[in-house]
Ligand binder design. Structure first.
Ligand SMILES: *[C@@H]1O[C@H](CO)[C@@H](O)[C@H](O)[C@H]1NC(C)=O
Length: 416
């Protein structure tokens, strides 16, 4: 871990000298932090008052752990006001929060949605989730906006800040629980799924009823221990959806139940999209949003493990289980799901290769292999243990070859 942060800080240091970024500290606390550069004593005052933060251009890293915090804001949407956000002010005590003045109703189920890196709560896939809920359910939908701390190109900064965001989001759960809220479901996308981990840790010994991880972020979490990533110790029930494994999302099983949609790596229909990588990653929240009001449903069949899928085939078999909002909390283990390539994506129960799903992807795979590998390499997306370090030859990439063959078998078996 020390080596990990050390190397990122060196990268920051280099970035700083190369782009002449401004460092604007306002307290002494970080002086003891092992930064690879010196902070000049005459630096300007931090415009963000009372927050111990370092800013590197657009990047911002928090060192204090005081909540509430100006960089983390909470909004509430309800059936009474489905389009208009009510700003939620929190504090360390009920009296300091404005929950009483909002439409929050502790008797109704509560959903808390958390965005990821380089994003905010306006991300259309996350807006979809909120809208689908309020179409048919009478929920309290809280959104956590931590975009000032999640900005690109500051992935290492965002990675650091999620501890802080988790801690401040825990205040929301604490306050609504003081009102008597019990049915609390946290939904985190990408890096937001790991925010949910830190949220859960801050709430201990209380255990959240449910956390949903939507393509939990991979970079930086390959070897992290369970207290530093989303896993099944974080809630009574953790359901996880993989749509861009090995790249922006994790391949590792991370919940009580893990759904690998269309094999979990690449999504049908994304090949034609200009933003190929974002398309695959964003499908996780898009499928989840659709699962809230779908009639057909997304159904998955069991597979012993993801490794079995990659190295074996895991053809469709019963019992099939439903994924998404209405997942059965007794479902455990790994499931494979197949979807349509255009919305509505839900394909219902798998009933043999006769279902009309466009067969694509693996045939085009080679065309994208270099691009994928380049992207993967850039952020050290791949687990080095699995990765053939010879990047000069396209024929000696057994790891990628393995995934490709696994996906090939998957599509052959399921689509005939
Ligand atoms: C969940 O699964 C269990 C075990 O298969 C089953 O007994 C139960 O009826 C299911 N619950 C729902 C709501 O489908």
């Amino acid at each position: 871990m020390v080596v990990f942060w050390g190397s990122w800080l060196v990268v920051f240091g280099l970035l700083c000298t190369s782009i002449k970024c401004q460092i604007v500290p306002d307290t002494e606390d970080y002086q003891n932090f092992p930064l690879p550069f010196k902070i000049s004593p005459g630096a300007e005052l931090n415009p963000y008052r009372r927050q111990q933060a370092l800013s590197f251009g657009a990047c911002k890293i928090h060192f204090d752990m005081k909540c509430p915090n100006d960089d983390i804001t909470f909004y509430l949407y309800t059936k009474r006001q489905p389009q208009t956000a009510e700003s939620v002010i929190l504090g360390s005590r009920l009296l300091e929060s404005n929950l009483r003045d909002t439409h929050f109703d502790p008797r109704k189920p509560t959903k808390i949605i958390i965005h990821g890196y380089n994003s905010d709560m306006d991300l259309s896939a996350l807006v979809e989730i909120r809208k689908e809920y309020l179409k048919t359910q009478d929920n309290n939908i809280f959104t956590v906006d931590w975009s000032p701390l999640a900005q690109g190109p500051c992935y290492p900064g965002a990675l650091w800040n999620i501890r802080h965001v988790g801690k401040c989001s825990a205040q929301l759960v604490e306050r609504i629980r003081e009102f008597g809220a019990e049915d609390i479901h946290v939904i985190g996308f990408s890096l937001g799924a790991h925010v949910a981990n830190f949220l859960a840790i801050s709430l201990r010994p209380y255990l959240l009823p449910r956390i949903t991880g939507l393509d939990p972020a991979l970079p930086g979490f390959v070897t992290a221990n369970t207290d530093e990533k989303l896993d099944k110790s974080d809630a009574h029930f953790v359901d996880v959806y993989h749509t861009n494994a090995f790249m922006q999302g994790k391949a590792e099983e991370s919940g009580h139940v893990d759904f690998y949609v269309n094999g979990g790596v690449l999504q049908p229909g994304c090949w034609a999209e200009p933003r190929f990588f974002a398309c695959n990653h964003h499908r996780a929240p898009i499928y989840f949003a659709e699962s809230i009001n779908t009639h057909k449903g997304f159904w998955g069949w069991p597979c012993p493990s993801y490794l079995t899928f990659i190295t074996g085939s895991c053809p469709p078999l019963d019992p099939q289980v439903i994924m998404g909002e209405f997942v059965n909390s007794t479902s455990q283990g790994v499931y494979l799901v197949i979807t349509e390539s255009v919305p509505p994506y839900a394909a219902g129960k798998y009933e043999g290769p006769s279902i009309e799903i466009i067969k694509e992807g693996p045939t085009d795979w080679e065309k994208y292999e270099n691009e994928i590998l380049d992207n993967a390499d850039e952020l050290q997306y791949l687990d080095r243990d699995l990765y053939d370090t010879d990047t000069t030859s396209t024929t000696s990439r057994p790891f990628f070859k393995g995934i490709r063959e696994g996906l090939g078998r998957f599509f052959e078996h399921t689509l005939g």
